[in-house]
Design a binder for this molecule. Structure first.
Ligand code: M6R
Length: 607
């Protein structure tokens, strides 16, 4: 997501320091950059779309005057990557500037309220409401600190912000709710950032800011308070010993592991999708005669799961199609009544873009789900929605799969509501249960990671694995297989379990490992039958299984438990987590670097 960095120096120019701090965030990916400083009662600001070096070449980011300022790398969520949408965002008077990482869920209501009070908005960002709220509070006579406090109490969603005000030349105010924020203390000054790498050149003395806290930075100290009670908190800095590389990975040995661990918070962001975009996509889907879900790799596997969601909740047939096969398989059948829902993390995958181009030529409607606002997919799609998983650096897609499923689940719920195919009770139940998914994923990672590592150690010499599941768990199985083969280079096979007896079962011999995906759902009885078939032929069973399912636990040689009572259609999100971790630890056991699998690129931009 976005990177924020604010700094108050005791002396010297702050802009070059912020500029070099932002360079340390480049590895995360971003589309725009901006810096604002305060000098002699005025805010100076430069921002633009593009890489830091390009924007610096265009505008010279170093010559902003003053010893206090804020800087931002933007990764678009609300509003395209344009200069106007880059941060800092300012109020009407140009006296308050804000940088933000997170998503303000209620920005549309707040913007309407502020427009009624004659505030003018220039960007499409959710962030812009914040400087205007602060401006409004300053007008009522509140001081800077209180004005920020009042503003953030109105915000729903997630945020880490840094605010500067031309009337307070030596203060940056930061606040945090559900987005990371750390303070760095040095004898040269005090800084606040979303990321430790930006702070490291200045200091290794760090203070964590907790959710619901505000930090007032001045050149020699920081004052931290609880936003609600206004109680002052005293917290001692701790010294960190991370290198730059360790800091970029937030202490994890690999980006892949960091991204697996990030899924609970990214899924929480995935529950903050903009209602108007969900509604728009739902309307297009509802009136479509023929729907193709087009994607590659992991995104395709998410489409397979989505096809079960749409048919079960909305009585809607959707065809998941590998993008590279689309033209040959369905090309002639595509026409004005066809809808293509293209799913691509990067929004730049050549096979996907090629399929879209073909379908556009035949007058089909193009819709998109992507992680990259501003990508080619978002430019050619009639409507699109962001999967909100934040920059993914590991070549193996992990949070992409779960975040895309979070979008699909909400689309299916919206469509089910319009179509009236699901009872109110069932809708309420599913809606409540989808909200629980981020916490469940957290629990699975916390409780099961060590055990999964041990299982990987035990099976590391196996030459081939089977992944089997029934119903929607077929998608979980094929995604688990893709992870294992792409990073641990273990040839693996995935099938719907029911199909295994039509051929693949011939591979089974004593000790052949089969990973079964076993939620307690409508397929359970049949799945137990498939497990018995494999056991009868000497297969070794590893089950990812509902914790309440003693029958399968008894049959399995090893099992990983998943909390009970998850609706069948939501199971791929929690059940894929152990498979991601298994693939990761298999790669580690084999001495491979999971972040850089051979022959693979993060974004495949050739046909
Ligand atoms: O950016 P996209 O979602 O379009 O990428 C699709 C595939 O290239 C991608 O999922 C690839 O298969 C990953 N290496 C899977 O981990």
């Amino acid at each position: 997501m976005c990177g924020i960095f604010g700094c108050v120096l005791q002396k010297g120019a702050v802009a070059p320091l912020i500029h070099s701090g932002l360079k340390r965030l480049e590895y995360r990916g971003y589309d725009s950059v901006g810096i604002a400083t305060v000098f002699k009662g005025r805010i100076y600001l430069k921002k633009d779309r593009g890489k830091i070096d390009e924007v610096h070449a265009r505008w010279n980011l170093n010559d902003l005057p003053g010893k206090m300022g804020i800087g931002h790398t933007r990764w678009a969520t609300h509003g395209a990557p344009l200069q106007i949408n880059a941060h800092p965002q300012v109020d009407c008077s140009g006296k308050v500037a804000v940088i933000h990482n997170g998503i303000i869920e209620n920005f549309a209501e707040l913007r309407d309220e502020l427009i009624n009070k004659n505030h003018g908005f220039v960007s499409k960002t959710d962030t812009e409401v914040i400087p205007h709220l602060i401006e409004e509070n300053l007008k009522t006579g509140l001081d800077f600190k209180e004005a920020v406090r009042e503003a953030v109490t109105k915000l729903e969603g997630s945020y880490a912000i840094c605010v500067v005000y031309s009337g307070a030349p030596n203060k940056i105010i930061s606040a945090r709710k559900a987005s990371p924020l750390v303070i760095g203390i040095s004898d040269k000054g005090v800084c606040a950032s979303s990321d430790i790498p930006t702070v490291l050149p200045l200091t290794n003395k760090i203070i964590e800011v907790n959710n619901g806290e505000i930090a007032v930075l001045s050149e020699k100290e920081v004052e931290i308070r609880r936003i609600e009670s206004w109680e002052r908190i005293s917290r001692k800095p701790c010294e960190i010993t991370w290198t730059l590389e360790m800091a970029q990975k937030q202490g994890y040995p690999h980006f892949m592991l960091k991204e697996i661990h990030e899924q609970p918070s990214r899924l929480q962001d995935g529950l903050r999708l903009q209602e108007n975009y969900l509604n728009l996509l739902t309307t297009f889907l509802d009136r479509s005669k023929e729907i193709y879900l087009i994607a590659c790799g992991t995104s395709y596997n998410a489409c397979v799961a989505a096809s079960y969601m749409f048919s079960n909740l909305c009585n809607l047939i959707t065809h998941p199609v590998l993008a590279s096969e689309f033209v040959e398989q369905y090309g002639n059948a595509v026409n004005i009544d066809s809808t293509i829902l293209a799913v691509s993390q990067s929004g730049e995958t050549a096979d996907v873009l090629n399929a879209i181009e073909y379908a556009r030529f035949r007058a089909a409607t193009i819709l998109g789900i992507t992680n990259s606002i501003g990508s080619t997919l978002t430019r050619v799609a009639r409507a699109y929605i962001s999967q909100q998983s934040g920059p993914e650096i590991g070549v193996a897609a992990t949070k992409t799969f779960t975040s895309q499923l979070m979008v699909f689940a909400q689309l299916a719920l919206h469509l089910a509501k319009i179509r009236g195919k699901v009872s109110q009770n069932q809708m309420d139940y599913l809606t409540e249960k989808i909200q629980e998914i981020p916490a469940l994923v957290e629990e699975i990672i916390q409780i099961q990671e060590k055990k999964i590592r041990k299982i990987a150690k035990k099976y590391k010499e196996k030459a081939c694995f089977y992944f089997l599941g029934r119903g929607i768990s077929t998608a979980t199985a094929i995604e688990g297989r893709l992870k294992l083969l792409e990073i641990a280079y273990i040839p693996s096979i995935a099938y719907p379990a029911g199909e295994s007896k039509h051929g693949p079962i011939s591979l089974i011999e004593q000790g052949f490992p089969i990973i079964f995906v076993c939620p307690k759902d409508s397929t359970q009885k049949a799945l137990i039958g498939n497990i018995m078939e494999m056991k009868a032929r000497g297969g070794t069973i590893i089950a990812v299984v509902d914790e309440s399912n003693d029958e399968i636990k008894k049959l399995a040689d090893d099992y990983i438990e998943i909390p009970a009572d998850i609706p069948e259609l939501w199971t791929p999100i929690p059940y894929v987590i152990p498979l991601q971790l298994f693939a990761y630890y298999m790669a580690i056991e084999k001495g491979l670097n999971p972040d850089m699998p051979r022959n693979l690129a993060k974004s495949v931009t050739v046909l």
